[in-house]
Ligand binder design. Structure first.
Ligand code: NZQ
Ligand code: ZN
Length: 385
C-alpha cells in the first residue's frame, strides 16, 4: 500500500426530511448567496424547503447555472458577492451547481483574472465558505474538493481543486431522487461506477481493504441500478444509490492506491467538443481504454471479474476480457450507448483534435503509470468511434 494523508472535513447530513437542518449549519449572521441550476428545484419542492429553512437569514439568489457549469455564467456571481457583501454560499443542485459554487467561492477571493486561477492548476487554499443541498447523486462533489469548469467559447473543460473547496456540510435527502429524469439517474449510476473503476482498475498494490471498499461500492451500484431505474420513488434504492455515489468519490477509495483518471481526462474533451453528458463520455471511452491498456490492467480487471461479476472460471486474460464486456453491458443495461458514433454524426477527426489538445495542455503522460501519450490517447479515442 502507498503512503497517504486523509482528511475530509465535510459534514454529511443524510436522510429523509433533513433539508430543514440548513438553519443550524449556517452561521446566523451569514449573508448567503444561494446558487441553483435551470429550475428543477422550483418544480420538485426543494426550493420551498430551502427557503423555509432560511427564512431568518439574509439570502440573495442566483439561478441559471447550466449543466457543465459555464465560466461566463459563474463569473457573474462575483459582482453579486461584492455588491451584497456575501459571506456564505449555498449550492442547491447536482454536480454542476456544486462545482460552479466551488469555483465562485475561490474566484471571489482570487486576486487577478479568475481564468488564470483555473488554468494555473495550483491547489485552491482560500475560498468563501459554502455548503450544499444535493439534488442529484452522481459526482461526489458534495463531499470532495474538486470541480470541473467549462468555457464553451474556448471548447475547454478544466478540473480545479484544493483543500478550500470541500463543502462545510452537505445535505443528502434521498427523496430528491423522485423527480430526477431517468436519463439523469442513469448518468449518476454510470458516473459513480466509473469513479470507482478509475481508482481500482490499475495494478495490484496489496491494498486489501481499499480494494474491498471499491468492490463493495461497485456491487451496491450494480444491485441498486435496476431498482432505481424502475422506480425513483423506492426510498431504499434511492438512499443506497445516493450514498454509493458520495462514497465513490469522497477521496476514501483512492487512498493508498494508484489511480488512473484517464477516462475522465479524455471524456471531458468529448463534452467540451460535443456537449455530451459527462457520464456518457465515460461510457464511450472505458472499453477502448481498458482494451488498449490490457497488459498493464489485466490483473485488476480479472480481480474485478471474480469479485464483482462472480466470474470464477478461466485464466487471468479471459477473466479480464469478461470484465471489460461486463462493464460495457452494465452501461447498456441502464440505457447508455457506448460508441461515439451513437452520439455524434461527424466524429471523424475527433481523435486527432483531442491528441492536439492534450499536447498543447502538456498532458503528455496520463494514467496510473503516467505513460499514456497524446498519440496513445488518439488511438483510444479512435477505438471508441
Ligand atoms: O439545472 P436544473 O434545472 O437543476 O436540472 C438539472 C440538470 O439539468 C437536473 N437535476 C438535478 N437534480 C434534479 C434534476 N432534475 C430533476 N430533479 C432533480 N432532483 O439534472 C441535470 C444535470 O445536472 P448536473 O448537475 O449537470 O449533473 P451531474 O450531477 O451529473 O453533474 C455533472 C457535472 O459534474 C462534473 C461533470 O464534469 C459535469 O460538469 N463532475 C464533477 C466531479 C467532482 N466535482 O468531483 C467529478 C465528476 O467526475 C464530474 O466530472
Ligand atoms: Zn465523473
Amino acid at each position: 500500500m502507498n503512503n497517504f494523508d486523509y482528511k475530509n472535513p465535510t459534514k454529511i447530513i443524510f436522510g429523509k426530511d433533513t433539508i430543514k437542518n440548513l438553519a443550524t449549519e449556517i452561521p446566523k449572521d451569514a449573508k448567503i448567496l444561494m446558487l441553483f441550476g435551470g429550475g428543477s428545484i422550483k418544480k420538485n419542492g426543494v426550493y420551498e424547503q430551502v427557503t423555509a429553512a432560511l427564512k431568518d437569514f439574509q439570502v440573495t439568489e442566483m439561478g441559471g447555472i447550466p449543466p457543465n457549469p459555464e465560466y461566463d455564467v459563474l463569473i457573474k456571481a462575483i459582482d453579486i458577492i461584492k455588491s451584497e457583501n456575501i459571506t456564505y454560499l449555498l449550492a442547491v443542485g447536482g454536480g454542476s451547481v456544486i462545482d460552479g459554487t466551488k469555483f465562485i467561492s475561490a474566484a471571489a477571493l482570487y486576486e487577478g483574472d479568475p481564468w488564470d486561477m483555473v488554468m494555473n492548476r495550483k491547489p485552491n487554499t482560500v475560498a468563501i465558505p459554502f455548503g450544499a443541498v444535493l439534488t442529484l447523486p452522481a459526482t461526489g462533489s458534495e463531499m470532495n474538493s474538486g470541480a470541473v469548469i467549462t468555457r464553451r467559447a474556448l471548447k475547454m473543460k478544466i478540473p480545479i481543486g484544493g483543500p478550500a473547496l470541500f463543502p462545510q456540510f452537505s445535505i443528502l435527502d434521498p427523496t430528491v431522487v423522485r423527480s430526477i429524469p431517468s436519463k439523469q439517474i442513469a448518468n449518476g449510476l454510470a458516473d459513480s461506477f466509473t469513479h470507482v473503476l478509475e481508482q481500482y482498475v490499475t495494478f495490484p498494490i496489496g491494498a486489501l481493504l481499499q480494494d474491498r471498499f471499491s468492490e463493495s461500492v461497485m456491487q451496491t451500484i450494480i444491485e441498486v441500478a435496476p431498482k432505481i431505474m424502475a422506480d425513483p420513488n423506492d426510498y431504499q434504492a434511492a438512499s443506497n444509490f445516493m450514498w454509493s455515489c458520495t462514497m465513490a468519490l469522497n477521496g476514501l477509495l483512492q487512498k493508498g492506491v494508484p489511480t488512473d483518471w484517464a477516462i475522465h481526462a479524455i471524456g471531458h474533451e468529448l463534452t467540451a467538443l460535443y456537449n455530451i453528458d459527462h457520464a456518457r463520455t465515460l461510457a464511450i471511452i472505458t472499453k477502448s481504454h481498458y482494451t488498449f491498456n490490457f497488459e498493464s490492467k489485466k490483473e485488476k480487471l480479472a480481480q474485478l471479474a471474480e469479485r464483482v461479476f462472480a466470474i470464477k472460471v478461466g485464466d487471468t486474460e479471459s477473466k479480464a476480457i469478461a470484465a471489460i464486456e461486463k462493464i460495457d453491458a452494465f452501461y447498456h443495461s441502464i440505457g447508455i450507448a457506448t460508441k461515439l458514433s451513437e452520439y455524434v454524426d461527424e466524429y471523424e477527426g475527433t481523435a486527432e483534435l483531442i491528441e492536439e489538445k492534450f499536447t498543447k495542455m502538456g498532458m503528455t503522460g496520463i494514467g496510473e503509470n503516467k505513460t499514456l501519450t497524446p498519440e496513445n490517447v488518439k488511438e483510444i479515442v479512435k477505438m471508441s468511434y
